[in-house]
Design a protein around this ligand. Structure first.
Ligand code: GLC
Length: 535
């Protein structure tokens, strides 16, 4: 068994997110499960060649938000298997040298969690103060104007006890009260439970939302020309989230979590889901002494227009803001966003693969992007995502459809009826077919992953924007020890020539056989990306 103990292994790793409901179904019920994931570990570690998986929640859940509404943090929902399966999955992954990161969901629980059931049972129940209960506003109605991310007030009246409880997301996801030390202790126990089972870290859900203004002031309404750094969010956008977002008291909680995590020999990593786009503020999640998140999630690339100069600006700005000694990550997709190939188109998705896997920082890939999977249109009757019920265009089902393994029935995902429809493109876009095509998206990912694995310049080296960068081409250099690599991405629809030091083409996004020597001028076809090695 490989020795996985090691300091800061996550700096050199490539992560791959698995949405377990959609990865592989072993028992024909139409939902992916842990046994299914276990059957694909060879694909992950050998065929594809990633180093770590982040598995979205498989805890016990009534599935109102498909697992992000937890009713028992230390058990597995029967749809996925049982606790013994989770333990086997962790061990089997480790036996292949694959690390396992789980979701940790501190902001809220399910309304069916025993803590909340007790909390709502009476005003003086033992768990009352584990959640956020408030009297109605003086004239009646919710205590303030906060809106839930999924639309509608962030407060729901409990008729029995006459008070409102707060929920940043669904009414069925009541917010935990992180100002209560008992909550901190209980959720720390949850972290310990999984760390003791060997998990290699946590993706901390909604990491910037757990603590809010102690005075619970109303958010100011957003003026019509208010510029949002992120996607359109429906009613949530009617306000500037001054008082219910990114409260600094959250940092103390992360320092506490970090202390716990750091005591485990597997050197677990914490990656916070931090949707904050002001870079100095975002960087505070590392902690003043690098004692909070190992890596706040870096969504800045996803929020950047696909344009050479803009991308260059974002990359430089992010790297500049990462505190000395810190390390960032890069991602272009997850279970909450429109898929990469649908957002950018296939030609750009190939460039994006090269960009993600050559930047300085830990890449996070989303399952299926390695096949070029696109969002699937889901007919109304088959919709599953509660966000889509509230705001139709925010439906996330399209990016959560079953993984496409093979050309046959249901893409080899299930023998039953899949919980979400399988893409109609699956006869062409699937693992089996793509493995046989040298120029497929999958083989491009495999080449990039294998090259990165063998290149300390790409894994750990410095990043330098290259003077040949223009508004058409993004060019940068990565350097470590005596290894220098140049990455040149032509984001335009014209062929371009890039002045470059001599070297040799190692990978092209368009031509699997390209490997010529470069003498001062590198030719790039429209939308072609190339890695050049220098000796
Ligand atoms: C995070 C998750 C998202 C979920 C929400 C509420 O943003 O990524 O999928 O709906 O938290 O838990």
């Amino acid at each position: 068994m490989p020795d996985l103990n090691g300091h800061e292994w996550w700096r050199e790793a490539v992560f791959y997110q698995i949405y377990p409901l959609s990865y592989a179904d072993s028992n024909g019920d139409g939902f992916g499960d842990l046994e299914g994931i276990m059957s694909k570990l060879d694909y992950l570690s050998d065929t594809l060649g990633v180093d770590a998986v982040w598995i979205s929640p498989f805890y016990r859940s009534p599935m109102r938000d498909w697992g992000y509404d937890v009713s028992d943090h230390t058990d597995v929902d029967p749809v996925f298997g049982d606790l013994a399966d989770a333990e086997r999955l962790i061990d089997q992954a480790h036996a292949r040298g694959l690390r396992v990161m789980l979701d940790y969901i501190p902001n809220h629980t399910s309304d069916l969690h025993p803590w909340f059931l007790d909390s709502r049972s009476s005003r003086d129940s033992a768990h009352r103060d584990w959640y956020v209960w408030r009297d109605p506003a003086p004239g009646g109605g919710p205590p303030n104007n906060w809106i839930s991310v999924f639309s509608g007030p962030a407060w729901t009246l409990d008729a029995e006890t006459g008070q409102y409880y707060r929920h940043t997301y669904l009414t069925t996801q009541p917010d935990l009260n992180w100002r209560n030390p008992e909550v901190i202790e209980a959720m720390t126990e949850v972290a310990r439970f999984w760390l003791e089972r060997g998990v290699d870290g946590f993706r901390v859900d909604a990491a910037h939302q757990m603590i809010k203004d102690p005075r619970e002031r109303d958010n100011p309404p957003a003026p019509p020309d208010y510029e949002r750094p992120w996607k359109e969010m429906g009613e949530y956008d009617d306000f500037i989230h001054l008082y219910d977002y990114g409260h600094p008291a959250v940092h103390e909680i992360y320092r506490g979590l970090r202390k716990v995590v750091d005591t485990y020999p597997q050197s677990p990593v914490t990656v916070g889901e931090v949707h904050i786009f002001d870079l100095p503020e975002w960087a505070t999640y590392y902690g003043e002494h690098l004692d909070e998140m190992h890596m706040p999630f870096n969504f800045h690339l996803m929020a950047t227009q696909w344009d050479s100069l803009r991308l260059r600006g974002t990359i430089e700005a992010v790297l500049w803001h990462v505190p000395a000694g810190g390390w960032t990550n890069w991602t272009l997709g997850n279970h909450d966003e429109i898929r990469l190939a649908s957002r950018l188109g296939m030609a750009n998705a190939r460039l994006a693969a090269m960009l993600l896997l050559t930047l300085r920082g830990t890449p996070f890939l989303y399952y299926g992007d390695e096949l070029g999977m696109r969002d699937v249109h889901i007919p109304h009757a088959l919709k599953r995502d509660p966000w889509g019920e509230a705001v139709a265009h925010l439906n996330r089902d399209g990016a959560r459809t079953p993984m496409q393994w093979a050309p046959g029935d249901h893409a080899g995902f299930t023998t039953g009826t899949p919980w979400l429809p399988v893409s109609q493109s699956h006869p062409e876009d699937n693992v089996d077919i793509e493995l046989d095509e040298p120029g497929s998206m999958l083989n491009l990912y495999r080449r990039l992953l294998s090259f990165r694995r063998g290149s300390s310049a790409l894994r750990l080296g410095s990043y330098l924007s290259h003077p040949s960068s223009t508004n058409q081409v993004l060019v940068f250099r990565r350097e470590a020890d005596r290894e220098t690599v140049t990455v040149a991405l032509n984001l335009s629809d014209e062929a371009v020539e890039v002045p470059l030091r001599s070297g040799k083409v190692a990978i092209s996004t368009l031509d699997a056989g390209r490997s010529e020597l470069v003498q001062e001028l590198l030719e790039l076809a429209p939308r072609e990306g190339v890695i050049v090695t220098h000796t």
